[in-house]
Design a protein around this ligand. Sequence first.
Ligand SMILES: [Fe+2]
Length: 600
Amino acid sequence: MKILGISAHYHDSAAALVVDGMPVCAVQEERLSRRKNDAGFPMNAIEWCLESAGLEPEHLDAVVFYERPMLKFDRILTSALRAFPRSWRSFPHAMKNTLGEKVWVKGIITSQLGIPGQKILFTDHHASHAAAAFLTAPTRRAAILTADGVGEWATLTVGEGERRSGGSTSITLSREVKFPHSLGLLYSTFTAYLGFKVNEDEYKVMGLAAYGRPTMVDQVRTVIHRLPDGAFALAPEFFEFQTTAERSYSSKFIDLFGPARHPHDAIDLDSPEGQRFADCAASVQSVLEEILVDIARHLRRETGLDDLCIAGGVALNGVANARLLTEAGFARVFVPPAPGDAGCALGAALYADRVYFGNPDRDVPDHPFWGPDVDGGHLARVAREDSQSVDELDNTTLIDRIADDLAGGRIVGWMEGACEFGPRALGHRSLLAAPHDAAMRDRLNAQIKRREEFRPFAPVVPIESADRFFDLPPGGARLARFMSGVFAVRPECRSRLAAVTHVDGTARVQVLEREMAPRLHALLEAYGRRSGIPVLLNTSFNVAGEPIVTTALEGYLTFRRCGIDVLVAGSTVVSKRTAAASLKESREWSSSSVAASTVA
Ligand SMILES: [Fe+2]
């Protein structure tokens, strides 16, 4: 059975293809259209999925959309009516921008793909999230927690999933919290208040939180309070997102927390104003964590299960995930590589396969690499035409050469096989660098990433060495498989891992098993033999404001216009002329100075 899953029209559109119960490919539209957070109908992603599987649209047994558009329409209409007359300005805006083409999605799929209406299915938004987490995790029975801004009506659900030995699968979401009460919208409101972009920059709030103290948790608890049944409610007088598209927080919110930050003003952490913003971020982060942990503890008690699967945009919060692991009572916590709405494309397709059609359970490969491949031969041709220095090397020589380059302080663009599905670079489209010196972080920021200084870079470490450098709790390595948890760097290692250690001594570490990315694993070991520390800085291969690179050509063009020194794809290594020359010079210099000192 061939099932295409689609998520679209909100943010992070994507397509995924499941054939005979197994994912075949999955990609976000932005990686192909090159428009960051592309929310359009993912025609490029769909075409690529079908082409790479050798299918035509008529071969598909079903196309599954990741949510129910009419329920979303109902939610927007109902909210507008409840808030009338305050909402009369925002309703047309919500209709146009939030809903857009969504209510007509069946017609769009039919007209774009020529799929008859009876083959088009819809799943609940949070069922798609739940399936993306549970059906890709190596567990047969688990509690499930999903949390995001909002789907149709639900913003948080809890339940459980079971993959039975007979082959049948069930996913039961037994309780939910409904819009406008939403942990995701609470966090997004603070994201906007702190001058960042909603639905894009939430992780900046988490990064900023490490610089602050949770001095405003009482104020945060005024705007979100707990209910006797364990749920929570936002106090409507502090929010505007349900009534206007212009601003998500009200003037009462400003009375409570102080003036908002203007997006163009720099955050000066040495000033009282900058510290207030950091404290505010720390406070909302703290309240988010305590609510999530409390809900998960109840879920653990209720289900008695050892495993927890979490998804939804809130599951991108690695600090909260780590607290869930250590405090909620579960032995293992699974977060898929694409916990946000893009991942719903795969979740919806798997949900339709296992639950709607009742097809037998299958183990899904435990990796994130479902996107387009990179072509090293193409890179070699392009770079030679551009008169760059190109080497094609066998694997052992390449690993040694790149480990030398990294030890020599060079920044490496590392492209390998199929690109990652989800927002993290996990070793197939990564920028790698030495992790020891804070100057490397500053160089990456100045020359390539242009990120705010309070946003840390992440490390990658082989699983065999992880405990030497990072203080991982039981289950921590699993949570760190897809960079989903933030953990303490061992205090004695922090000065040697300065480029990847956040101000609070933590890191969003990726713990790598050899079989998931064997070449990166070999590179880490080779680097460890040179430096004594098998850890590398691993950040996504893109420049500020652009999607992560997909093809060899995109990697090459990025390499040419910023401070990346060396580019690798397959067996091809391209070195910048200037970098190669400086390396040669420095080697000549060091050998001549060794010779000179020997003579002396
Ligand atoms: Fe969602």
